[in-house]
Design a protein around this ligand. Structure first.
Ligand SMILES: NC(=O)c1ccc[n+]([C@@H]2O[C@H](COP(=O)([O-])OP(=O)(O)OC[C@H]3O[C@@H](n4cnc5c(N)ncnc54)[C@H](OP(=O)(O)O)[C@@H]3O)[C@@H](O)[C@H]2O)c1
Length: 346
């Protein structure tokens, strides 16, 4: 356990692609003082690198997402051990998942999107933020609730070899769908078809996505689970079946640059096809997290869902690890462990 409170701060607003110079390392004093009602103080154990954190580095705007203040630690989903609590239902020693910050010790407010939840007993810190964490749960609710996925339908997933996408694609198989994945390399496509049982995969870096979708989905796409946006969203819209559903999970193609994602050009296709396009946040389903964890655990243990984790170790590696999300060099759920207790399950 560290003697000082190590921190990674947002040094400046990134322009274009993130660079090392956007972050500043600092060794600060331990956070002291009392807690306000609802707050907890935690020792962070591991962090999930979530692509949307790149959006939070932008200046405040009307985009409905938070903006990390300059000079403050980077906000990030974490698994942590409670060291002080002014929150009802959370005690010192409890293990929690919450929206924390890149430092050893942090105060997490009690309400809103930063509301912490307990890690179920038997699940380690790493499993809590990884295997059974935010991304698989996002896939579960996004595909089944927002996408209203049905057996026999055709599902297309973008970002399909990633953490959220690979779970969505495999839940589609569990539910009896024909599943096509879109990913950024031949080896990622091979993993999807050979290890995960996905019916077909498109390498968007070397193939014409729109043309390949029309070949692989001859009856059209019933559910498009989109992690990427931009041109890939456009290619899918042009191949949607009537009464199809587009699940807007993320828009990663536009996070790490200064441009907003280009909107779809032919919305009349949605009008005439009675096609629904809907955004959502995993946090909307917080009261059903236990259901998702139980279901995901059972599918994983029975071998129906493959899981790949890209675990990096060391607080010093946080900024560079995070940047991997945007060049596709992460292979699976990208976690950074900063404390030796990461595999403890109680
Ligand atoms: N709505 C929610 O509540 C919620 C919750 C969690 C995650 N999400 C969203 O889900 C998506 C996936 O997140 P994740 O955490 O699971 O990460 P991930 O898919 O494990 O990793 C990110 C992947 O995105 C792909 N990518 C990066 N830049 C790209 C670009 N310009 N065009 C196309 N693909 C690109 C890369 O794979 P390739 O090699 O295939 O390019 C990269 O490996 C993100 O959009 C994220 O914001 C949403």
């Amino acid at each position: 356990v560290s003697e000082v409170n190590r921190q990674w701060l947002l040094k400046r607003r990134p322009e274009g692609n993130l660079s090392e110079a956007d972050f500043e390392y600092k060794e600060a004093d331990m956070p002291s003082g009392g807690l306000k009602a609802g707050e907890i103080k935690v020792r962070n154990v591991g962090f999930l690198c979530a692509p949307t954190m790149r959006n939070w580095m932008d200046p405040p705007s009307k985009n409905l997402y938070p903006s990390i203040p300059l000079g403050q630690p980077i906000m990030a989903p974490a698994a942590a051990r409670v060291v002080a609590s002014a929150s009802e239902g959370i005690a010192v020693g409890d293990r929690v998942l919450g929206l924390s910050t890149w430092q050893d010790y942090a105060v997490i407010p009690g309400g809103g999107m930063r509301r912490p939840t307990l890690i179920p007993e038997g699940i380690s810190f790493l499993e809590g933020i990884g295997r059974y964490g935010l991304n698989p749960m996002t896939a579960y609710f996004g595909l089944l609730d927002v996408g209203a996925a049905q057996s026999g339908e055709t599902l297309v997933v973008s970002g399909a070899a990633g953490s959220t996408g690979s779970t969505a694609a495999q839940i589609g198989k569990v539910k009896g769908m024909t599943v096509i994945g879109i990913a950024g390399s031949k080896s990622k496509c091979d993993w999807l078809t050979e290890q995960c049982g996905i019916d077909g995969a498109i390498d968007y870096k070397s193939e014409n996505v729109e043309k390949r979708l029309s070949e692989l989905c001859p009856k059209g796409i019933n559910v498009f689970y989109d992690n990427v946006g931009g041109e890939i969203l456009q290619a899918a819209i042009n191949n949607m079946a009537p009464r199809g559903r587009i699940v807007l999970c993320g828009q990663i193609s536009s996070y790490d640059n200064d441009e907003s994602a280009e909107g779809p050009r032919n919305m009349m296709r949605l009008v005439y096809g009675s096609i629904r396009m809907q955004g959502f946040l995993c946090g909307n389903y917080a009261d059903r997290f236990d259901e998702a964890t139980t279901q995901l655990k059972s599918w994983t243990e029975s071998g129906q869902i493959n899981y790949r984790e890209d675990l990096r170790v060391g607080f010093e590696n946080l900024p560079n690890s995070f940047r991997s999300l945007f060049d596709g060099s992460n292979i699976g759920t990208l976690l950074v462990q900063i404390d030796d207790s990461a595999t403890e399950t109680t």
